[in-house]
Design a protein around this ligand. Structure first.
Ligand SMILES: [Fe+2]
Length: 273
């Protein structure tokens, strides 16, 4: 049985940074404490990106000792707010960072592949032609159970502001939050459908699950703050009443289980899971 914790979208900046009624640093601190207090071990923690708010060196300097408190290994997907170079150097300790931070590793007999989907321009995601080719090579029908990871949703989520983007007065419109070439992503992974246990992502600041074309897609909530993403919703809306949270994922040859665990926000009385 593989067990991992899925966290996402921490948006660390200064220790006091707050937005939408949420504080990023104390919320992540509370999430890490909750993970460390789990009454069992997990194989790793998966962070699906946006560790930092602006991708600045001081933000990764703040993140490094905080995330080092985790008692489990951690793997990162690069997010659109991240700096891929600093993330690899400061948080992973790589001396020679890749242009695109893609990784493949194994745990409990399963293959986990993480793709860097940040387009380096805005919040819409994109995989390059080379990444799609690597995805096609990976997604053969035969092989170990497979888990795919990226920052951006590679499937529509039935929320217009995520799927199509949104308008703001006196500003250029915001584009879609999706992976721009999500249809190409889905075509690439289709041959591996039988061994693909799930596709895990972040970016949308909301727990979200989709079953599409025989594949399970799952977004982790944000460790910072949640955004509402209801059907028909035309723009993101903060939900400061909702706590920070993480997903706990268990997967074996027959079954995948996802539990969402809410974490009491510092100075806010909310129920824990
Ligand atoms: Fe993001």
């Amino acid at each position: 049985m593989l067990r991992f914790v899925h966290i996402s979208d921490s948006h660390l900046s200064t220790p006091q940074y707050a937005n939408y009624g949420h504080q990023s640093y104390p919320n992540l601190e509370a999430v890490i404490e909750a993970i460390n207090n789990l009454p069992f071990a997990v194989d790793f923690v998966l962070h699906t990106g946006d560790v930092a708010q602006n991708g600045a060196p001081e933000e990764y300097a703040l993140a490094k000792p905080l995330l080092a408190r985790l008692r489990f290994p951690i793997y990162y997907a690069n997010g659109n707010h991240d700096n891929a170079d600093l993330l690899q150097r400061e948080l992973v300790g790589l001396q020679q960072p890749s242009e695109r931070y893609d990784q493949v590793f194994s745990a409990q007999g399963m293959q986990i592949a993480i793709f860097d989907s940040a387009n380096r321009r805005d919040h819409t995601g994109l995989l390059t032609a080379a990444q799609l080719e690597a995805l096609r090579r990976l997604c053969t029908p035969e092989g170990a159970p497979l888990i795919l990871v990226l920052h951006h949703p590679p499937v529509p989520l039935d929320a217009p502001w995520i799927d199509q983007g949104w308008a703001v007065p006196n500003r250029p419109p915001y584009g879609s939050m999706l992976l721009a070439n999500w249809q190409a992503f889905q075509a690439a992974i289709a041959p591996a459908r039988q061994r693909l246990r799930g596709v895990f992502f972040g970016h949308v600041h909301h727990a979200h699950q989709v079953w599409h074309d025989g594949v399970f897609y799952c977004a982790a909530p944000s460790t910072f703050g949640q955004l509402a993403s209801y059907p028909g919703q035309l723009a993101p809306q903060p939900t400061p009443e909702q706590p920070a949270a993480f997903n706990l994922v268990s997967v074996d040859a027959e079954q995948l289980t996802v539990r969402q665990c809410a974490v009491r926000r510092p100075n806010v009385h909310l129920a824990a899971c």
